[in-house]
Design a protein around this ligand. Structure first.
Ligand code: NAD
Length: 695
């Protein structure tokens, strides 16, 4: 089965929305009903985008002085309708803000400062950018959403005429203007009109209201379905119809396994990105259509998408008859470079003094006939860009099926993308961690040291790929990281298994930046008793396995052209002659020298290769749960229970070494921030063993 297939089915041009409101279960009014209704509006992304839309309810409350006051409960900035609870709403003193409608204008800064002083509680979140819109609409319950079907009309060239046809005098059309005081006032006044039930914001969305939450919700659904029926009745083929059949799932995976690392490198000019492949039916229909190349460049389908998807995606032409993976990779690299130039020009043309340019890389890459690759500084960001672009595809599909799709102009887009109030929402996210956007693949991850390494890298923000010959173990250790972790079965001695595991990592996240070669075994026997099978097993896993894992890492990192870090977990025995362990120790010494050779080979491409040498990590280690434990005890002529004390006593620092100690040393080499200028190095984590001191 394809690894990048999305199972959603193709949408109709303008699907109707189903009412999810259950009067019997809905709370009766107040903040609880508002939460219930908001969650319902967010439950269908064709009604309300992730993070977009806002809702409100007006009620009488007792304030901290004991006085009865009118309060506007409105969505707080930065929350999502689908998941928000009561704590994500902010109470605003209505009597303080209602007189503002008499003003002619009010700047954003003044409005934000004013609203913060009218909050009921200082601990409440900053209220939505659209708070005044909710205050000024003279109804107890108000909803503002960005439904696909409404935006098909709102984003059509003749949208105003269509809205008149669909809604007559029941709707007022408000020409595009960025949210803020003026839009709030326009909507508030429009909603006062005789018989008016809906306000439609050009290139933006819908406002509805009601005496009850149920009524306001029902109005949203009614408006969507009236718009959807209109579009469906008139729709021609969307996107101008198909230009070519999309690539088959198998060929797509084969192509993307080659090209994704190159795409990842091309869109990681300032920081590392995670990629997500989307080949859902609507996406495939779009990227295989006649008009996608031009339609995709018109602009965003909703202002709310802009900070996550940018104004336009990168469109990459691809002809399976004449383009191989290298040709496509080269085209993506050229396209991404041109995209950055154009983005910088867009910034120069529109920026005001004091504004600084954001990351210039595209967030959505569309490959003709292949699918969408969405881009984020982490997995969540890549998925958000993908989900918002799904909305854009549906809106463009509807608008283009009845008319020409229109979008915000470049200056209008810029004014939203660099709007301080929109950027504020982004600032609520925690600062990126050291390995954010990086993908780390760890071998032998199910073991004691491997699982600690996984934890340490993930704790610094890496997306992790846990590989092990023990497939269940790999899945088990990846599981706590949810979608930011992938468990993959991989025997490091099998060329084919190693290739397949990297391919899986690439299709899941776009590439790899950090490879920790840690899989291992150990065996102990005097040389005369060492069997050929034992010798070969040590060398197969510790030498051949490290070669195969590193070779594949090099191929991938060169395609990605981002540099990278390869860390070998060798052993103190790679430097010090281990008694009665020649098969293991000589394999570990070969491993160490392989790392040094590869450091030389990878340097010019920014690929660093370093080695961590553990010694005697008994805790959690499967090696120490095996015959190795008895064999080592026998080699030192002590009882197995005395091993821990024995190893502690022989170190200079008189300490036992724990898996976490090895993990911290690996993190040091994995992170460019910590060791970006070190390669070919060895870090002993052995409590101090003089025979292993470097010289
Ligand atoms: P461990 O046995 O707990 O983990 C090793 C993991 O490697 C296991 O999960 C195992 O399933 C996996 N593995 C074995 N053969 C494999 C193969 N062919 N392909 C893929 N995976 C395979 O051992 P650990 O103590 O965590 O050791 C990790 C690394 O540290 C090893 O390379 C080991 O040599 C090295 N090391 C450990 C110690 C120590 O005292 N524990 C000391 C020095 C070096």
């Amino acid at each position: 089965m394809s690894q990048t297939t999305d199972t959603t089915t193709a949408a109709a041009v303008a699907p109707r929305a189903e009412s999810l409101y259950d009067s019997a279960r809905a709370p009766k009014g107040g903040l609880e009903e508002l939460v219930y209704r908001s969650n319902l509006l967010g439950a269908n992304r064709a009604v309300s985008n992730y993070g977009g839309g806002n809702t409100s309810s007006k009620s009488r409350e007792t304030d901290h002085t004991g006085r009865e006051i009118d309060v506007l409960w409105v969505k707080g900035s930065g929350s999502d309708l689908a998941t928000m609870g009561a704590k994500n709403f902010t109470g605003i003193r209505l009597d303080e803000v209602l007189p503002l409608i008499e003003r002619d204008e009010m700047s954003d800064e003044e409005m934000v400062a004013f609203l913060s002083r009218s909050q009921l509680g200082p601990e409440m979140p900053r209220s939505s950018i659209e708070t005044l819109l909710h205050a000024f609409v003279p109804a107890p319950e108000v909803d503002h959403t960005h439904p696909d079907a409404i935006n098909m009309l709102a984003g059509a060239e003749n949208g105003e005429r269509f809205v008149k046809e669909v809604f007559g005098d029941e709707a007022v059309w408000v020409p595009y203007i960025r949210p803020g005081f003026t839009l709030a006032k326009q909507v508030g006044l429009a909603a006062r009109g005789e018989g008016v039930r809906f306000v439609i914001l050009a290139k933006h969305g819908l406002v509805t209201w009601g005496e009850t939450g149920e009524e306001s919700y029902a109005n949203t659904i009614e408006a969507i379905n009236r718009a959807a029926d209109f579009v469906s009745a008139r729709a021609k083929a969307r996107f101008g119809g198909p230009a070519r059949p999309p690539l088959s799932a198998e060929r797509r995976d084969e192509l993307l396994a080659q090209v994704l690392p190159a795409i990842r490198g091309a869109v990681s000019s300032e920081r590392s990105k995670i990629l997500q492949v989307d080949a859902s039916p609507s996406t495939l229909e779009f990227v295989s259509s006649r008009d996608a190349a031009t339609l995709s460049q018109v602009g965003a389908a909703c202002p709310d998408h802009l900070v996550h998807t940018k104004r336009v995606p990168l469109w990459v032409a691809y002809d399976p008859a004449s383009d191989d993976a290298d040709a496509l990779a080269a085209r993506v690299a050229e396209g991404a470079a041109r995209y950055r130039e154009e983005y910088r020009a867009y910034f120069e043309q529109n920026a005001r003094a004091g504004e600084t340019i954001g990351d210039p890389d595209p967030r959505v890459v569309l490959i003709e006939g292949v699918g969408m690759v969405s881009v984020g500084t982490n997995l969540k960001g890549a998925r958000l860009a993908r989900d918002l672009y799904h909305r854009a595809i549906e809106v463009m599909g509807g608008a283009s099926a009845i008319d020409s799709f229109v979008s915000l102009t470049a200056p209008e887009s810029f004014a939203v993308e660099y709007w301080p109030l929109e950027l504020y929402k982004l600032s609520l996210a925690p600062p990126p961690r050291e390995l954010a956007g990086k993908v780390a693949l760890v071998t032998g991850a199910a073991g004691g040291i491997g699982s600690s390494i996984l934890d340490a890298l993930a704790a610094e923000g890496a997306t992790v790929v846990a590989t092990d010959i023990d497939a269940d173990g790999a899945s088990r250790v990846a599981e706590p990281f949810g979608d930011e972790g992938l468990g993959v079965a991989m025997d490091v001695t099998s060329e084919q298994a190693v290739e397949a595991a990297y391919r899986e990592a690439v299709l899941a996240y776009g590439g790899v930046d950090v490879v920790v070669s840690n899989a291992g075994i150990a065996s102990s026997a005097p040389i005369e008793e060492t069997t050929v099978a034992e010798w070969d097993r040590n060398h197969a896993i510790l030498t051949r396995g490290y070669f195969l894992v590193a070779r594949e890492a090099f191929k991938l990192l060169r395609r990605q052209a981002t540099g990278g870090s390869v860390v070998f977990v060798a052993s103190k025995n790679s430097l010090v002659a281990g008694k009665n362990a020649s098969a293991y120790s000589s394999a570990k010494a070969a491993e160490l020298h392989l790392a040094r050779c590869l450091a030389e080979e990878g340097g010019a491409a920014g690929i660093r290769v370093n080695t961590v040498n553990p010694d005697a990590v008994l805790q959690g280690s499967r090696i120490w749960g095996s015959s190795w434990r008895e064999e080592r005890a026998a080699a030192y002529d002590i009882d197995p229970d005395e091993l821990e004390a024995h190893y502690r006593a022989r170190t200079t620092l008189k300490v036992n070494i724990l898996p976490e100690d090895i993990a911290q040393a690996v993190l040091h080499f994995a992170s460019g921030v910590r060791s970006g200028k070190s390669t070919g190095n060895v870090l002993n984590v052995d409590g101090g063993v003089p025979a292993a001191y470097s010289r």
